[in-house]
Design a protein around this ligand. Structure first.
Ligand code: SAH
Length: 389
């Protein structure tokens, strides 16, 4: 989409990282240390007891974390001062440090590049709209799925994130919104999408720990609605089946990008393991199990997958599996550095959408917020990688 009317991205003062610091970052990926947010309520009580404190301290700490979004012992005024440092050191190791912040849309889209404890990096993108706010988080450092149009796919896979590393992305966004740091006054986070770096269903156990804590009522979790959480996948059929059996009304997004195996195997290489039909069957089964309408993601790439006949084939394949179970989100391709691919022409995009609608498929072109700051597809991290080399 044209981005000429969007202000140039700005690096927020105080968040710059010097190239030297980047060059010195350790390269070996190390699993994150255990954090309070990785634990269930019972485990938190046990962890607090191990430190020699009474169990009710776990609830106090949880209230600070999940309701007030703070890990600063100075804020824990209901806990004896002498106990605070020990608890912080044992249970709240710092996991995320903001390295760089990029803004677009008059500050209502904010992308943060986070440094992790082992020097690896991830990113998250916070988008505020007039009536809601959405956070896009990473579930892995890099990604092993190697989709050629995706910047993260070019980075390769480094490591899985822990549940707490994902929850910290959420806490810090909620804190920023609550503090009124995003223009429009203090507000809450409404939606969460696993559409940053990584394939969440490969890091299944950690994303489920994360999700259970996201939906747990305060003070044991953030009290989010599962309906407002979207898990996006390349179509890992076993993971989709497992997710369907969790008994949570999460939203599932399937990154399809082509309705035919020939092309999809090129765009989403895992298609050679799980075909278009298998992925669509699993998506339909997800709807059966949860009653949640599935989203089909379709990045429109000029002269690649944007043909009218492909829209027709997609419409036919979706309708063959029933009505009312799915909607399609075409996304204009956000071109990645060095790629020969670009977004479809506007008229071609309109025709693609019209064809799908003609088949009775609800279709909404996804907003390209933050495309000028390379939102939601690993480009900032990719640039940093190049800078490191
Ligand atoms: N691994 C998961 C989630 C991460 S990507 C998945 O593939 O679904 C989130 C979405 O952004 C996916 O639909 C992905 O295909 C899409 N995407 C990746 N690179 C893109 C680009 N350059 N332009 C537009 N969409 C892109």
């Amino acid at each position: 989409m044209p981005t000429t009317d969007v202000p140039a991205p700005q690096v927020r003062p105080g968040h710059e990282t010097t190239p030297v610091a980047l060059q010195m970052a350790p390269r070996r990926a190390v699993k994150a240390p255990r954090h309070f947010a990785d634990l269930t309520h019972a485990e938190r009580v046990a962890a607090v007891a191990e430190l020699g404190h009474q169990g009710f301290r776990a609830k106090q700490l949880a209230t600070h974390y999940f309701a007030h979004y703070t890990t600063d012992p100075a804020d824990w005024t209901d806990i004896p001062a002498a106990a605070r440092e020990g608890m912080a050191a044992a249970l709240f190791p710092p996991l995320l440090t903001a390295r760089r912040t990029l803004e677009a849309d008059k500050g209502t889209t904010v992308k943060t590049l986070w440094g992790l404890h082992d020097g690896t990096r991830i990113e998250s993108v916070l988008m505020r709209y007039p009536r809601r706010s959405t956070l896009c988080i990473s579930s892995q450092v890099g990604c092993g799925m190697a989709c050629p149009f995706c910047a993260t796919g070019q980075l390769g896979f480094t490591r899985n994130l822990s549940a707490a590393e994902m929850l910290e992305q959420v806490r810090l966004a909620m804190r920023s919104l609550a503090l009124g740091e995003i223009p429009g006054g203090p507000t809450r986070l409404n939606n969460l999408v696993f559409m940053g770096e990584g394939e969440g269903l490969i890091n299944y156990r950690a994303i489920m720990t994360c999700i259970r804590t996201l939906v747990a009522d305060a003070p044991e979790g953030f009290g989010m609605s599962a309906r407002n959480i979207t898990v996006s996948t390349v179509g890992l059929v076993p993971g989709m089946k497992k997710l369907a059996a969790e008994g949570l009304p999460l939203t599932l997004a399937l990154s399809l990008h082509a309705p035919d195996d020939d092309l999809r195997s090129e765009l989403v290489p895992i298609n050679t393991r799980f075909s278009v039909d298998e992925a669509l069957d699993a998506a339909r089964a997800y709807f059966e199990a949860t009653g949640r309408r599935v989203s089909i993601e379709y990045a429109l790439i000029k002269d690649m997958n944007d043909h009218a006949w492909r829209a027709d084939l997609l419409g036919t394949k979706l309708n063959a599996r029933g009505k009312g179970w799915v909607h399609v989100n075409p996304i204009p391709l956000n071109p990645t550095p060095g790629s020969i691919w670009t977004a479809s022409e506007r008229a071609v995009e309109d025709e693609f959408v019209a064809r799908l609608r003609g088949h009775g498929i609800p279709t909404t072109v996804r907003d390209t917020r933050g495309s000028d700051i390379d939102g939601a597809c690993g480009q900032l991290a990719a640039e940093e990688e190049e800078g490191d080399a």
